[in-house]
Design a protein around this ligand. Structure first.
Ligand code: HEM
Length: 178
């Protein structure tokens, strides 16, 4: 319980990583790109009425869900295992927004399965537009974790060790969380 009295320091370790580079930020680029592109392919279908664009939307949604699912697994492990992330409300806010995004995009994909071209105007298009809003919100909150809280960024003391630059004082604000 004593840990809860302490203010949270900036910087945390990362556990789902390759050579200390967190996997989650590498994976999220795919669902972000795919879910934004779906709005473009839906609009292209609406304008051109070519079923190619309806199929493209379906594949983009499927790809986004697979890669978003992998990103969600990596992010959830970080959230649950790293105390410095788990104790931050910002981490949970991002989690809720990301789960809402994946749920909406799953409905968007499922709804189109029986007849992709017939499902786009207006239902699919509305879901894709909502998806873009949720991508922006979830992405913003994720980036807030990195740039404001310095989550998954090695604390200064650790970075100094990695760089081998052991001489000189460690910068202020470098208290480690875990
Ligand atoms: C659903 C479960 C999710 C959880 C628990 C989660 C958790 C996290 C955590 C802990 C971080 C900090 C980096 C790290 O520790 O690896 C992060 C960053 C981020 N997340 Fe998520 N995330 C989830 C899903 C998503 C999804 C689906 C997206 C995008 C569509 C997303 C977008 C981002 C972005 C853009 C960052 C910042 C990356 C950077 O600026 O380098 N997250 N997330």
């Amino acid at each position: 319980m004593k840990a809860f009295d302490q203010p949270l320091a900036r910087g945390t370790r990362t556990v789902v990583a390759i050579a200390r580079h967190p996997l989650h930020p590498m994976l999220v680029t795919f669902p972000i790109a795919f879910f934004v592109a779906v709005l473009g392919t839906d609009l292209a279908f609406w304008y051109l009425n070519d079923p190619f664009w309806a199929r493209a939307s379906l594949w983009l949604l499927g790809g986004g869900l697979v890669m978003g699912g992998l990103a969600a697994v990596a992010g959830t492990v970080e959230l649950l295992v790293v105390g410095g992330i788990r104790r931050r409300p910002a981490g949970w806010n991002h989690f809720v927004m990301a789960v809402m995004l994946l749920a909406v995009e799953f409905v968007n994909w499922w709804y189109r399965l029986p007849d992709a071209p017939a499902s786009i105007v207006p239902g699919g298009l509305c879901l894709s537009a909502l998806g873009v809003v949720l991508v922006a919100a979830a992405g913003w909150m994720g980036a807030h974790l990195i740039f404001e809280h310095q989550v998954a960024i090695a604390p200064d003391a650790e970075r100094t060790k990695v760089a081998g630059a052991v001489s000189g004082p460690v910068r202020s604000g470098s208290k480690t969380v875990q």
